[in-house]
Design a binder for this molecule. Sequence first.
Ligand code: FEO
Ligand code: CA
Ligand code: CA
Length: 629
Amino acid sequence: MTNPDRTTLSADDWDELHFPRPEENDFDRVVESAISRRGFLAGVVAFGSGAAAMGAGLMSSTSAQAAEASRFAFTPIPAQTDGNVHVPEGYEWKMLMRWGDPLFSEADGYDLTDGGSVENSDKVFGENTDGMETFSFQGHELIAINHEYPNRKINLPAAQEGVPASADDVLKFQNIQGVTVMEIKEGPDGWSVVMDSPFNRRIHHNTPMKIVGPAAGHDLMKTKDDPTGTASLGTMNNCGSGKTPWGTYLTCEENFNGYFGSSDENASYEPKVADGMKRYGIKDESWNGYELFDPRFDTSKNPNEPHRAGWIVEIDPTKPDSTPVKHTGLGRFKHENAEVTLATDGRVVVYMGDDERGEYLYKFVSNAAYAPGVDTENLLNDGTLYVAKFNDDMSGEWLPLTPETTGMDAAEILIFTRMAASAAGGTTMDRPEWVASSPVAVEAYCCLTNNKNRGVKPNAGGDDTSPNAPNPREANKYGQIVRWRPADEDHAATGFDWDLYVMAGNPTVHTDDRAGSANVNEGNLFNSPDGMAIDSTGLVWIQTDGNDDNEEDFAGNGNNQMLVGDPVTGEIVRFMTGPNGCEVTGLAWSTDLRTMFVGIQHPGGNWPDGGTPRSSVIAIKRSDNGLVG
Ligand code: FEO
Ligand code: CA
Ligand code: CA
């Protein structure tokens, strides 16, 4: 088994480095017409009215006016390259929780020098913190939060150099990933976790789950251990998050493919199963040796087990004994997050990105409406799944994934959603990461983080990924944020208008389309937008997971960071920088909106406490205890 340093690469890059896809020699399409920075933005649909009607790029040409009217309550900070967290003057940050910190007093003594014992590993805060949501319940403040993947060299004894050598090693990995639910409280010294709270809970790779919705019970969902196809174990590679209007947590299974392998390299599979493995990137060798010690992850023995991952899972943080629910109605792909909003008639709308190069953006619309007190059990399964199609004229449409549009049956559309989206004719995107919808305007945004394959080779389904209007740059290094406004100001509408809120780039290095849109400048350089949330005032918070070497194409970007954008003027400013090596991911506000909780994933060096680097959640407040969202 290889021994990669997973701490410095995104999951996608790590996967590609160690398990490269075959080059597509028959695909050498080169884009003839690069879209100029100014020319592209001039064509952007202008949202809003009056002065606000100008697109982001045009608006920034009146930067003096924009500065006067700035809605930001702080002085933006410069890029940083050091090993610390920085926030603006007038703000402060404190540690809330680090990987390995106990949730229960019985886990005291957790020793990070050897990655911790397997016995303690399901009683502590998990590794690689990611999406999170806060909940207020009967006077208790709760956070539900994801733990995306392990950092092998850190999580196993140094002598093993990160190579799992036993079932216990694999069990430790399985335990430190998944989800934590924990109660927090604010005291004179800031926020802390309530040790032994009855709400504290770890959900991991062996936690029993229900499978519900149209694909539950389908033959492709059945295994030897679960002949009903309705009960699986564990949730994995939990990336972004979501929150329902009825107060439950949604955790999103992203790079689930990396957990499966085969002990028999000559294993043969049913054609549909084999096609699914190819499209979803399931290989003979898993990332962390699961198949060597846990037969559930051995596809030669359990070819359907991968079909039971790649879903969105609903967890009730207020009921520690509740069984998490996998909702097949929301489709199976590499789910980034789940942005839930309501249509004008109360139907539930869930926006979802599939984070892989050249995959798609989706939305689900429920058949029934939500209202306080209604039965919510079927809301996330009884409805229609759509894939986004963006037109060059800045219009777009949501294409329903149905037997008629895909040639697939209803259950297979959900199990092999990527194939359904290809068949329906969605627009291939530059790695859709988080979607955020505005609470003050009927519009939504999606981070398209980067895509080195744009215009270079097709996606794993063979779909053409030539540059297109919302993904205009070949071999896109920097990423962009697309935004759309649904027709009739209704998120259930099938039509929309769209524009690019920002194209990240580097105008200090490039003068072509790599310079980015005009709201990118020397003072706010960033690349690879990923996490995103819109606060109660409508400001757009953007977190990055990109190249932080601060050199060449990325000179002046500094460490990964969090910025905030004005949706009307297009102005974007830097609010926070993370320690070098990290990705900044996960953002939630305390119920009183006086604290922002922010995740620092896979920091480098020895952040935060001088020893083993530890993914952590920090609490950011204004020094005067004012509102921060
Ligand atoms: Fe887990 Fe696409 O980020
Ligand atoms: Ca992400
Ligand atoms: Ca990312």
